[in-house]
Design a protein around this ligand. Structure first.
Ligand SMILES: Cc1ncc(COP(=O)(O)O)c(C=O)c1O
Length: 404
C-alpha cells in the first residue's frame, strides 16, 4: 500500500498550501489522469471511426473507456454504461426516455434525502400525468424507513429513485435491500451513487440494480459522469441520439457522443489504482477496482472517525446524519447552536481550509429537516488523500470559530 505522502504526491493540486476538504463537491486529479488527457489531446485528438491510424487509436480509447466504466460499476456481464457530461444530464436524459414509455397514472417514487439531480427530473414527469410520490425522511433520525417504502409500493410503481449516500448526510443505505423490495413490485431502481463512488466499490451486478449513476469528477477523474444500466433496462428504452443509430447501442443515449479527452482520463483511473495497490501489471478488471477501494476504505476509516469524533467534541456542534463513523462515508455536515454556517466558513477560508456551506442541492431534505435554505449546513468532506493533519487543522479552526 502507498504511504500517505506518496498518495498525496500523486495529486499535483495537493502541493499547494490549501487544505482541501471539499471533496464531495469534486475531487482532485492524480497526475496519471491529467497526463492521459493531455496526451490524448496532443496525440489522438481526431474524430472516431475514420480509416487512419490516429483515428483507430482515438476510437479504441473511447471504446475502452466504456468497457472500463462498466468494470468500475461492477457490472461486467450484466449491463453497459453510458458516459455523459454530468449526473444531472444523464438522469434528465433517462427520465425523458421513460416519459415516452410510461402511461399517465404510472407511478415513480423519489426520495426526500436525494440530491435534486435524482429527484427533479422524475418529479417533472408529473406534468405528463405520472404520479410522483415522495419517500419521506424521518426528521428525527434523518433516515428513510424501508417499511414506509414497502407501504408506498404498488404494481403501478415503475421506478424508485434514491441516493446510495446522501451528499449531505453521508450515510450509506442498503441498496440491495431497497432494490430487492422494489423488484418484488416490478419497479426498477435508479440509484444515485455520486456521494458513494469516491469511497467504496460499486457492485451493480451484485446488488442487481437497474440503473446506477455517478460523476467522475468526484472520483478522481474529469468533469464527466457515467450511467450504468442492466441490459434489459436499456432495452426498454429508445435513446435520444439520431434515428439511424441502432437503439441497442449505448451511443444512442449519448447525444453527440462522450467527451473524448474525458474518456482518456476515465481510462487512466486504472493506472492510478495500479499505483495505489502497488500492482503495476494488474489488468483493469473488477478485482483491481475492489483492491483499490479496499485500500481507500482502510485509509478513510480512521480519517472519518477523527473527523466525526473531533466535531462531536466541540461544544455546541451538532452533526446532521449518522453520529458515529460506522455506516457512513467521510462527508460530514454539521451546525453550531449559535454560530452560522457562513461565519464558520469565513473562518475556515481565512485559515486556508476549503469546505463549504449551503443546502448542497439536497433542497428537499433541508426543507424536511427544518434547516434554513439560505445558510444550510457546514459540510466537510474527505477522501483517502487527506491526512490526519488536514482534519486536525479543520477541527482547530472550527473550534476557534465557535468559541465564545
Ligand atoms: C449525490 C449527488 N448527486 C448528484 C450530483 C450532481 O452531479 P453532477 O454535477 O454530475 O450533475 C451531486 C453533485 O454534487 C451529488 O453530490
Amino acid at each position: 500500500m502507498m504511504s500517505v505522502s506518496a498518495i498525496r504526491a500523486a495529486f499535483p493540486a495537493l502541493d499547494r498550501e490549501l487544505i482541501f476538504l471539499e471533496n464531495a463537491g469534486g475531487s482532485q486529479l492524480p497526475r496519471v489522469v491529467i497526463n492521459a488527457m493531455s496526451d490524448y489531446m496532443t496525440n489522438s485528438y481526431v474524430q472516431l471511426g475514420a480509416p487512419y491510424e490516429v483515428s483507430r487509436r482515438a476510437t479504441a480509447v473511447v471504446d475502452d473507456a466504456h468497457a472500463w466504466a462498466t468494470t468500475l460499476m461492477g457490472g461486467t456481464g450484466a449491463g453497459q454504461t453510458a458516459i455523459g457530461p454530468s449526473t444531472t444530464q444523464l438522469v434528465t436524459m433517462l427520465a425523458d426516455c421513460y416519459r415516452r414509455v410510461w402511461q399517465p397514472g404510472d407511478e415513480v417514487i423519489i426520495c426526500e434525502t436525494a440530491h435534486e439531480a435524482n429527484a427533479g427530473p422524475w418529479a417533472k414527469l408529473e406534468r405528463e400525468g405520472i404520479n410522483v410520490r415522495t419517500w419521506r425522511v424521518d426528521p428525527t433520525t434523518a433516515q428513510c424507513d424501508l417499511e414506509e417504502l414497502r407501504r408506498m409500493l404498488s404494481r403501478g410503481t415503475r421506478l424508485v429513485a434514491f441516493p446510495h449516500v446522501s451528499n449531505l448526510l453521508g450515510e450509506v443505505v442498503d441498496v440491495a435491500a431497497i432494490t430487492k423490495l422494489a423488484h418484488q413490485y416490478g419497479a426498477r431502481v435508479m440509484v444515485d451513487g455520486v456521494a458513494y463512488a469516491p469511497h467504496l466499490a460499486v457492485q451493480a451486478r451484485e446488488w442487481d440494480v437497474d440503473w446506477y449513476v455517478f460523476s467522475n469528477y468526484k472520483v478522481f477523474g474529469p468533469h464527466a459522469a457515467m450511467l450504468y444500466g442492466r441490459h434489459d433496462a436499456w432495452a426498454e428504452l429508445e435513446g435520444p441520439n439520431h434515428f439511424f443509430i441502432p437503439r441497442d447501442q449505448v451511443y444512442k443515449f449519448e447525444l453527440g457522443g462522450a467527451n473524448h479527452e474525458s474518456c482518456a482520463g476515465i481510462l487512466a483511473l486504472a493506472d492510478y489504482f495500479r499505483e495505489l495497490t502497488s500492482a503495476p501489471a494488474a489488468p483493469a478488471d473488477e478485482f483491481l477496482v475492489t483492491q483499490a477501494f479496499d485500500t481507500i476504505r482502510t485509509i478513510e476509516q480512521s480519517l472519518t472517525s477523527q473527523l466525526v469524533n473531533g466535531l462531536k467534541g466541540i461544544p455546541g456542534i451538532r452533526i446532521i446524519g449518522p453520529q458515529g463513523a460506522e455506516g457512513r462515508v467521510g462527508t460530514v455536515s454539521f451546525l453550531h447552536e449559535s454560530v452560522s454556517p457562513p461565519a464558520i466558513c469565513q473562518a475556515t477560508d481565512t485559515a486556508g481550509v476549503a469546505i463549504r456551506f449551503g443546502h448542497m442541492y439536497a433542497y428537499r431534505l433541508c426543507q424536511a429537516l427544518g434547516i434554513p435554505l439560505e445558510t444550510g449546513v457546514v459540510r466537510a468532506s474527505l477522501v483517502h488523500y487527506n491526512s490526519h493533519e488536514d482534519i486536525d487543522r479543520l477541527l482547530d479552526v472550527v473550534e476557534a470559530a465557535v468559541r465564545t
